[in-house]
Design a protein around this ligand. Sequence first.
Ligand SMILES: Cc1cc2nc3c(=O)[nH]c(=O)nc-3n(C[C@H](O)[C@H](O)[C@H](O)COP(=O)(O)OP(=O)(O)OC[C@H]3O[C@@H](n4cnc5c(N)ncnc54)[C@H](O)[C@@H]3O)c2cc1C
Length: 353
Amino acid sequence: MNYDYLVVGQGIAGTTLAWHLHRSGRKVLIVNDSSRPSASMVAAGIFNPLTGRKLVKTWMADELFPYALDFYGGLETELQARFLYLMNMYRPYRSVEEQNNYLAQTAEPGIAQYVLDRPADLSYNDFLNARYGGLEVTGSGWVDLPVFLLKSREYFIRHELYRESLFDPNDMVLLDDAVEWQGLRIGKVILCQGVDARDNSLFNWLPFAPVKGQLLEVKIDEFPAEKIVNQGIFILPDKSGTHKVGATYSWHDLDWETTEEGRQYLEEKLKGLLKVPYQIINQRAGIRPSSKDRRPMIGFHPQFQQIGVFNGLGTKGVTLAPYFAGNFVEYMEKGKDLNSLVNIGRYFSLYYQ
Ligand SMILES: Cc1cc2nc3c(=O)[nH]c(=O)nc-3n(C[C@H](O)[C@H](O)[C@H](O)COP(=O)(O)OP(=O)(O)OC[C@H]3O[C@@H](n4cnc5c(N)ncnc54)[C@H](O)[C@@H]3O)c2cc1C
């Protein structure tokens, strides 16, 4: 066997999977076409244990968050780079009613562990319409994904684990217990193609429900840079003194182009939240590879056990990818269970329809 695994795609899915396989001592080759668009290169990279208007604890937060912090933190040391930023999230209340609801919710221990028990931050008062004060969520932050992905790629290239190329599934010859590809014999091929998986006949039967998203990059003079602000939209301080503002969610016009409609939506929200002027510097768009039930889609093809998929990371790739890449590798290498809520076995009936 030339390689134990071929990993197709080097977004967060392919990168986290390749790290786990490489660390477990397996021989891995990553093939990625970096000229194709990647959601991971557009994403804000935020992780946030309490989400939505209703302050809901995100799925498996208690397991996923410590795992992700450990994973990215360990790689920062190994790659001698900085890409993990722990940052509390300031959530200004929209009304007295919302303030009361949030405070009542924070009495629940599962929520309380992620809320700071201290008076609202006054440093934002000059910048935000936040006359009711706000709540501070802890355990949140962001990962600078372009830095994480590019530093990982440099490592993979140095260790001859990376090939820059477009992968064509038709180049594969499926053998009984392996795959032949471009003259190489490979144990398993794992497709980590993000939304491009919809064009791959091996897995296009999975129920993808892609969501387009857009962000603005803005400059707001002297706006504090210590926290992520979140009220319907987020304002994320970037390293360069600018702020990212996002995001939009759209289930139609699934292309990678920015739109006037997207800009207007974000600006409307931003104007409602800010008391001070801002300047738009850039606008970006991407497509989140979401699934119908909003859970990752991981596992092996029902007919071809040498071909796997790691996809469906949706809106939360930053926290889902490290944990479930680890779960997938333990499943493949040690025969441990793959969480049934992410295993594509739940959709096999669609394949056989
Ligand atoms: C606007 C926006 C904001 C977001 N904000 C956040 C956030 O704050 N926090 C968060 O956790 N998530 C966020 N997300 C979601 C996040 O981006 C995704 O969950 C994640 O990036 C998905 O990663 P992936 O590796 O599956 O896909 P991708 O990043 O799209 O990677 C797929 C890779 O496969 C490669 N590829 C595909 N086909 C081939 C082929 N045939 N040959 C070779 N290479 C191929 C592509 O080049 C690409 O590099 C956001 C997304 C968007 C669009």
